[in-house]
Design a protein around this ligand. Structure first.
Ligand SMILES: NC(=O)c1ccc[n+]([C@@H]2O[C@H](COP(=O)([O-])OP(=O)(O)OC[C@H]3O[C@@H](n4cnc5c(N)ncnc54)[C@H](O)[C@@H]3O)[C@@H](O)[C@H]2O)c1
Length: 348
């Protein structure tokens, strides 16, 4: 039986088309999300009807791994032809960063009802702007897969801040360490979290890149595979609401990331694995509590898909909109500019 929302996917590497292995043996307890295709599989009202990639071998492999779910999955090497012939309700864009713009604009103008596009939204602000404009003009929710925005712990931390219970947010310190601590590939996620918590627009910044990246004046978008092609960075970012943020990353053999959110009346320490609230009565008295997070129906790309469909059906704002994602590109490009101008202040 055909589902209510017919989706197509452009770009069939792991994040686009991967299929999580079954761990529990019980169908309803499969691992959540993990890829766009997996989200279409798990959402009760969606199906994937076609996929597109330039690589025939990758298309055939994807068709094969999903053959028990979608035996009639159609394949294309030209995304415009796929959009024209399939007239999909939902479009997933999971190609390299510098290709997102044309595909998203074509989907928005071609009649799609919703778009889930990979992060970062684009490599240039002009590209982000035309994606946002096409989506808004055609009234199409455009959601960007900054995946942690659908993570219960990060949502809970933001809820705590917005509740005012621990006073106003003053500073954010976000750090990421690993050999893949690359600004454009992985840093996007952390910088997006800074934007998410700050709840404002970045105003100015100054920054320093990894040594040896004097040639790296422009991000071309084809990075992500090799850490040697994408630098680590440190930056101070000032937001319009006076929140002060520090982004820091370094390529190290041990991996991890962490965020400290300091408010007038307490501090939140949050990682991908833990959420702690620290409140103090005086210099010598403090209490630390692990915050319990309620279970959510969906996270990752599945969370994104649920949200797009909810916005299509009921209206409202997306938590990971194109406009929010644009701020992250603004910051990353500002970091490059500041470094090359001698680590100076850059107004955004
Ligand atoms: N949200 C996350 O956690 C997460 C994780 C990994 C990657 N990503 C993002 O996902 C995107 C894809 O990453 P990747 O490393 O798989 O990229 P990639 O460069 O390997 O490209 C993905 C696929 O797009 C295909 N492609 C390129 N141009 C095309 C075209 N014109 N038409 C059809 N297909 C085309 C390529 O053949 C390739 O198979 C990037 O934007 C990346 O930043 C996000």
């Amino acid at each position: 039986m055909s589902q209510k929302y017919r989706g197509v996917l452009i770009g069939v590497t792991g994040i686009g088309a991967g299929r999580p292995s079954r761990t529990s043996g019980i169908p309803v307890y499969d691992k959540m999300g993990g890829s766009h295709a997996s989200a279409y599989h798990q959402h009760p009202d969606t199906e994937l009807v076609a996929i597109c990639d330039l690589r025939e071998d990758a298309l055939q492999k994807t068709k094969e791994i999903w053959s028990d779910v979608w035996p009639d999955l159609r394949v294309y090497t030209d995304y415009r032809e796929m959009l024209e012939k399939e007239k999909p309700d939902l479009v997933s864009v999971a190609t390299s960063d510098h290709f997102h713009a044309d595909m998203t604009v074509a989907a928005a103008e071609g009649g799609a009802k919703g778009i889930l596009c990979e992060k970062p939204i684009a490599t240039k602000l002009e590209d982000a702007d035309r994606m946002i404009a096409a989506a808004e003009k055609n009234n199409v929710p455009l959601s960007i897969d900054h995946t942690r925005r659908w993570d219960p712990s990060y949502l809970k931390a933001r809820e705590l801040i917005q509740s005012g219970e621990i006073g106003s947010l003053r500073t954010i310190v976000s750090e990421m360490f690993s050999q893949r601590a690359m600004l454009f590939r992985n840093g996007t996620h952390l910088i997006d979290l800074i934007v998410f918590f700050a709840g404002s627009s970045p105003e100015w910044l100054f920054a320093e890149l990894e040594p040896g990246f004097e040639h790296f004046t422009e991000y071309k978008g084809d990075g992500g595979k090799n850490p040697a092609t994408d630098p680590y960075a440190s930056a101070y970012i000032h937001f319009e609401n006076d929140v002060r943020a520090f982004y820091n990353s370094y390529k190290l053999d041990h991996a991890g990331s962490k965020n400290s959110l300091t408010c007038d009346g307490g501090r939140i320490e949050i990682t991908d694995h833990n959420l702690e609230l620290i409140t103090t009565k005086s210099h010598y008295e403090w209490s630390t509590s692990n915050v319990r997070v309620e279970n959510y129906r969906a996270t990752h790309q599945l969370g994104g898909l649920y949200e797009i469909i909810d916005v299509i059906e009921n209206g409202g704002e997306l938590i990971s909109s194109g406009r929010e994602a644009r701020k992250t590109v603004q910051i990353m490009l500002g970091i490059l500019k500041s470094h090359h101008a001698g680590n100076v202040r850059v107004n955004l």
